[in-house]
Design a binder for this molecule. Structure first.
Ligand SMILES: [Zn+2]
Length: 127
């Protein structure tokens, strides 16, 4: 039963899981993953490049990531679970755009002020 549930969860998040697998394949081929750990049942891939991203069941963090980074990214896995196929539209794309332009369009706002990030902090129990 537990197995069926996890398969269904995986399918529910299929778009982001497929992108994660493509990204993971690229990182493996390029030998860019020095460590793989687990946080609350989710695999955490440490990579040499900067920035952190969560796609479905996969968390990718940089070597500079802190405990709070992992908690935050875990929060994104919860959003993925809640939103399923809508995750990329409601969270993924706005989050990437926000990361790219927030310093230009809202220099007075903290990165985590944006709804995608504030919600991930809350779900991940970031202090
Ligand atoms: Zn985030």
């Amino acid at each position: 039963m537990k197995r069926i549930k996890s398969v269904l969860k995986y399918i529910w998040q299929l778009p982001q899981n497929i992108i994660a697998l493509i990204y993971l394949s690229y990182l493996i081929v390029e030998n860019q993953i020095p460590a793989i750990t687990k946080y609350k049942g989710i695999k955490v891939y440490t990579k040499y490049s900067s920035g952190s991203v969560t796609l479905g069941n996969y968390i990718f963090i940089s070597l500079r990531a802190t405990e709070n980074t992992i908690k935050h990214e875990y929060g994104h896995t919860r959003q993925s679970l809640y939103l399923g196929p809508l995750y990329l539209i409601i969270i993924g794309i706005p989050s990437i755009l926000w990361a790219m332009i927030h310093k230009t369009i809202a220099p007075d706002k903290l990165y985590n002020w944006f709804y995608t990030e504030a919600w991930a902090d809350k779900l991940g129990n970031v202090k």
